[in-house]
Design a protein around this ligand. Structure first.
Ligand code: FES
Ligand code: FES
Length: 211
C-alpha cells in the first residue's frame, strides 16, 4: 500500500554486509534448488496453461466523479493511466520514483503519489486529480485561488502536485504553523524554489478551508 503522506514515504531498507552476503548466497543457490525441483515441475508445466502477465486488465476507475472503463497492462501506474490512457494531463510526472510529489492525487480524500500506485489497486475508490478540485460551477478551490493570488509558482510544473498535497496537508490538520507546513509539504519539491510563496498560499487558504 502506498503511504498516504508523501512526506512519510519509507526509504528502502539499508543493505548491510550481512544482508548482502545472505542474498548473494541465496541467489547463487537458486539455480541448484530450481534444478532439483525442476524434474517434478516439468511434468506439471506441460499441462499448465501459460499466463501472460502483460494480458490487459479491464478496469473501472472513478475519477473526479466520472467512471472510466479502461483496458490496461496490470503493471500500469495510476499516473500513466491518468496521463496516457485517460488524457488527464494535469497530474505531472517528475521523477516517476516517488521522490518529487509532482504526481500527487487524492484517493478517497487522502493524498498519494500516483507514480507508485498501480491503477489496478484503486478500482472502486474515489480518485481526485487537479482537474476535479474546482467546484462544479468552475469556481477555483480556495487553495488554487490562493496559489494564484500569492504567485506561488514560477514554471508551474510542480504546481498541481503542490496544490493537491497542500489540500491534504490542511485536511490532515498539519497546517498549524510555518514549520509544520514545511514539514508536511517536504515531499513536494519545487525546482524553481517558490517555497516562500507556496507557504504563504497555504496559510491563506487554510482558514478558508477550515471555516
Ligand atoms: S513523479 Fe511521482 S513522486 Fe515524482
Ligand atoms: S514552480 Fe517550477 S518547479 Fe515549482
Amino acid at each position: 500500500m502506498i503511504p498516504s503522506d508523501p512526506t512519510k514515504r519509507q526509504a528502502a531498507p539499508a543493505l548491510s554486509r550481512r544482508n548482502f552476503v545472505t542474498m548473494g548466497a541465496g541467489t547463487a543457490l537458486a539455480p541448484l534448488v530450481t534444478g532439483l525441483a525442476g524434474a517434478g515441475a516439468a511434468v506439471a508445466a506441460e499441462t499448465a496453461k501459460p499466463v501472460d502477465p502483460r494480458a490487459p486488465l479491464n478496469l473501472s476507475l472513478k475519477i473526479n466523479g466520472d467512471e472510466h472503463q479502461v483496458s490496461l497492462d496490470g503493471r500500469t501506474t495510476l499516473l500513466d493511466a491518468l496521463r496516457e490512457t485517460i488524457g488527464l494531463t494535469g497530474t505531472k510526472k517528475g521523477c516517476d520514483h516517488g521522490q518529487c510529489g509532482a504526481c500527487t492525487v487524492h484517493i478517497d480524500g487522502v493524498r498519494v503519489v500516483s507514480c507508485l500506485t498501480l491503477a489496478a489497486t484503486v478500482q472502486g475508490r474515489q480518485i481526485t486529480t487537479i482537474e476535479g478540485l474546482a467546484g462544479q460551477n468552475g469556481d477555483l478551490h480556495p487553495m488554487q485561488a490562493a496559489f494564484v493570488e500569492r504567485d506561488a509558482l514560477q514554471c508551474g510544473y510542480c504546481t498541481p502536485g503542490q496544490i493537491m498535497s497542500a489540500v491534504g496537508c490542511v485536511k490532515e490538520g498539519h497546517a498549524k504553523s510555518d514549520d509544520e507546513i514545511r514539514e508536511y509539504m517536504s515531499g513536494n519539491l519545487c525546482r524553481c524554489a517558490a517555497y516562500p510563496n507556496i507557504l504563504a498560499a497555504i496559510k491563506q487558504a487554510a482558514p478558508q478551508m477550515e471555516g
